[in-house]
Design a protein around this ligand. Sequence first.
Ligand SMILES: [Zn+2]
Length: 250
Amino acid sequence: MRYVRFPRLSFADEAIDLAILDELRDYYEFGVMLQSDEMQRSENRAVLRLLRQALQERMDQKLERVFRLLGLRYPPADIYSAYSGLRSQRSDLRASAIEFLDNLPERTDAYADLSPEESAAAEFLDRFDITFSLVAKGKQCPPWCDKKSHTHGICYDITFTKPERDNLEFPFWDSQHNQQLKLEPTAYSVLACISNDAYCPDKFEDFCSEYGYEEDSRTAEKLFNRCSEFSDQINNFFTAEEIEALSKIR
Ligand SMILES: [Zn+2]
């Protein structure tokens, strides 16, 4: 699925990794040359000095390119800090840059078999240390459903947890599509839904004009109350930063 939908993006990741490896191999080979016995000989000093200087310059260029390529795969600001740290005269900055680079997550491997939507959802949960779980409750209608003689579909109890925070819990009815395929809701389908529900106009009048309801409609009023309550629940659980990141999951 990933390859069909974003063929260029996925292959680009692999191409970038290969380019990084190429640059690193050159960098390493130049390093070996620079340290070799031939480079340390005392005859032809002037020539060797020029050669050493040229090699050192090429290595600097290679290193810069490695970091530019890394900036395409990881947050560029972080990569830039790591690069400055590595080039710094201060050994403590160099050490922390190396530690940072050592701990770069292997993004492609972790999310390789997920669709772009699901990997965005998984990254969101990982980034903010949020876990997501669900329990199937069987076929049932929500309390507000007033249709007779039908079943709404399978209801799931959804729970989001984060350390040192009260859980976010709510019932969820999955899409018809997933139910027909007998699939459970995925993190993406639930996050996309709450991303959409995070915003609710403050006033009933605004709600009506935005969503096209008559202000004297009892149904609209009930709907507004439900949306507004759910939006509060979402905004109480997630921080503003998380809501901002969540808004990109659609
Ligand atoms: Zn129903």
